[in-house]
Design a protein around this ligand. Structure first.
Ligand SMILES: [Fe+2]
Ligand SMILES: [Fe+2]
Length: 475
């Protein structure tokens, strides 16, 4: 078994036993055999860990448990347990528990009295300080350390992260606008800034993929081309990462995503924003933009290598998988890998954005369905499947009408359980129809009495139908 799996398994067993312990001490005396067995099992589960490590931290952050750095997955069968333990930690303002190898030598009585203290902490005026004081008074608890985490600290950390992500996004928009303005006025433009933007996006991905996907739900009706280009870069990077591209390749792919529509600069606005059907001449004008993107990339003040690596995917981004798109080619040569990736990211973002000619955009899940109809024709079948797998059936930012008459906005798609039952934040409206965030729930949650799901999806709606900008509630 590889180390990651081993950690996940340890984490789940560990959490399950901790849960059993905190529940069992409530009803049994210390000399109860069941309870002693539970304490024994707890120590046994940890034993393999102490072969190579001296301490083990279980911590909670943003409604997830981590074993050291490893996020414990949510699964249908551990969902209520995880939920109860999250509440258990929150009620005690606990951020984490660090166990040391010395627990190997702790008596079962000793372990059980720690659990009793832990239980008693709830209801104290200042649970965490009370807990720390109780434990520091007694040296037999040298194997445990309490990690404090005021809810506000956690929230602040979360806010900081999101703020930084948003800053990065708007910085990318500004830099792209600057670059376009300069290109439009024939000024020399370097590529240092856009390389930096892509590097920042890649760093963010390593830390937090959901935040990157949340950023890609930002829409700006008036500055469509810029937000669209940044979103295409974000989505392409995520898909590139999914198929295991190297860092160097990801860097190149991100840049291509960011620059793919540069050629739109030359399309007159009255054509670009025309509400009705385009005439043949107007459409011809639109069809020129991939080649014009190439022209602008060649104009950049960058090395020849940079230009050679960056021009092909933008040239190909409206060329479909079966080569039926535009520009029409005499020599049929299949799309490059980056071209195929960008085509998918491009269409997904375009379909889910409101445009003058399509005021009611597709909800993200509907956009994926529509794209699936053209799998193998317009899109590379393997890449499209991976893209859907990455986003989930209900991608982040999808607004769902539930059978409880609640509205839920998808904040995370389950990685390893039922993809049709994502985690959502409930949106509550006031008298004026303004929305605010309610609690976060998983659609996998069961009504324990009836054994059925608490909430089911009735249908998905595009957030714009309620005047909602998903990103506002995600970031
Ligand atoms: Fe385009
Ligand atoms: Fe595009």
């Amino acid at each position: 078994m590889d180390l990651e799996k081993q950690k996940t398994l340890l984490g789940e067993n560990f959490l399950r036993l901790l849960y059993r312990l905190v529940q069992s001490v409530k009803i049994h005396q210390d000399n109860n055999q069941l309870l002693l067995d539970c304490a024994k099992e707890f120590n046994e589960v940890l034993a393999p860990w102490w072969v190579h490590e001296r301490s083990l931290m279980i911590s909670m952050s943003r409604d997830r448990f981590y074993l050291e750095e490893e996020k414990l997955p949510y699964r249908r069968d551990n969902l209520s347990l995880v939920q109860e333990m999250l509440d258990y930690f929150k009620n005690r303002k606990l951020r984490g528990l660090r166990f040391f190898a010395a627990i190997k030598d702790a008596s079962y009585d000793n372990i059980l009295s720690f659990i009793r203290i832990l239980n008693k902490a709830e209801g104290q005026e200042d649970p965490i300080d009370w807990l720390v004081m109780q434990l520091s008074k007694r040296k037999e608890f040298s194997w445990i350390q309490i990690e404090k985490g005021e809810e506000t600290d956690l929230q602040e950390h979360d806010l900081e992260r999101k703020e930084l992500a948003l800053k990065g996004y708007f910085n990318a928009l500004t830099s792209l606008k600057e670059l376009t303005d300069k290109l439009g006025s024939q000024k020399k433009v370097g590529v240092r800034k856009i390389k930096r933007i892509i590097q920042d996006m890649m760093d963010m991905h390593t830390e937090d993929k959901p935040i990157l996907l949340s950023l890609s739900t930002i829409r700006d009706y008036h500055d469509y081309t810029y937000t669209h280009s940044v979103n295409v870069a974000l989505l392409s990077l995520c898909l590139g990462k999914q198929i295991g591209l190297s860092k160097m390749s990801l860097r190149k792919l991100g840049i291509c995503g960011l620059l793919h529509d540069l050629g739109k600069l030359d399309i007159p606005l009255d054509i670009l924003n025309k509400p009705g059907r385009l005439s043949d001449e107007e459409f011809e004008e639109i069809e020129k933009h991939p080649l014009r993107s190439v022209k602008y990339i060649i104009q950049l003040n960058a090395s020849n290598d940079f230009k050679v690596e960056s021009f092909l995917p933008p040239f190909e981004h409206h060329l479909k998988f079966n080569l039926s798109g535009y520009p029409r080619l005499n020599r049929k040569k299949s799309q490059s890998l980056f071209g195929r990736i960008i085509t998918i990211a491009d269409v997904f973002d375009a379909l889910t954005s409101a445009r003058v000619y399509r005021p009611a955009p597709f909800s993200p899940d509907r956009a994926l369905e529509t794209m699936l109809e053209k799998i193998g024709e317009d899109y590379d079948p393997i890449l499209l499947k991976l893209f859907i797998n990455m986003l989930g059936i209900y991608p982040v930012g999808t607004l769902l009408k539930l059978d409880t008459d609640e509205l839920g906005l998808v904040i995370e798609s389950p990685e390893d359980s039922d993809k049709a039952r994502p985690r959502v934040v409930l949106l509550l409206s006031d008298d004026q129809g303004r929305f605010r965030k309610g609690k976060t729930v998983s659609l996998e949650e069961l009504d324990t009495q009836k054994g059925s799901y608490l909430r089911n999806i009735k249908k998905s709606i595009h957030p714009s139908a309620y005047g909602i900008q998903s990103a506002e509630f995600l970031l």
